[in-house]
Design a protein around this ligand. Structure first.
Ligand SMILES: [Zn+2]
Ligand SMILES: [Zn+2]
Length: 159
């Protein structure tokens, strides 16, 4: 009986872990634990955020997925092949890059006494096209507001 309960518990865990892994493998967005939770909840309605966290931690520890720390928040990536990330400083969007020559070039240039470098993790920080367009729009709107604001005060002064 106890064995059965334990077995069921164990298989349920594995099933949850499998669903989390399946979801992660289906996306390229490097989701956070919360996003993973929202997605797997659709097929596993009883799953809790704590369980998702536990499974993600386990998967990251066993090397089945990668954990990326972006602006203090953990993001998860099922693509464990050697690749780099470009992160937008505005929206936090993470874009995959597969430029392995970057790593080879960097490794050649690194000299640390008493240390053998094996790999280099590269995270490129910048701004994505969407955010750049939005920023421009916001700036233009602010300019317009300033202009109309001035007109209003002039009118008020006259009356
Ligand atoms: Zn962005
Ligand atoms: Zn990635």
């Amino acid at each position: 009986m106890l064995w059965e309960v334990l077995y069921l518990k164990k298989t349920r865990m594995t099933n949850q872990r499998l669903k989390i892994l399946e979801y992660l493998r289906s996306v390229k967005t490097h989701p956070t634990a919360e996003t993973v939770y929202e997605a797997v909840k659709k097929t596993l309605p009883t799953i809790t955020l704590a369980t998702v966290y536990r499974n993600l931690n386990h998967l990251a520890e066993t090397g089945e997925i990668n954990r990326l720390l972006v602006r203090g928040v953990s993001h998860f990536d099922a693509d464990t092949s050697c690749h780099q990330h470009a992160v937008c400083k505005e929206c936090g969007r993470i874009i995959d890059l597969h430029k392995n020559t970057l790593i080879q070039e960097s490794l050649k240039k690194i000299r640390i006494p008493g240390f053998k470098p094996r790999t280099v993790c590269i995270m490129i920080h910048g701004i994505c096209d969407k955010c750049e367009i939005n920023n421009k729009k916001r700036k233009e709107q602010r300019k317009k507001k300033k202009k109309t604001g001035k007109k209003k005060t002039k009118r008020l002064l006259r009356s």
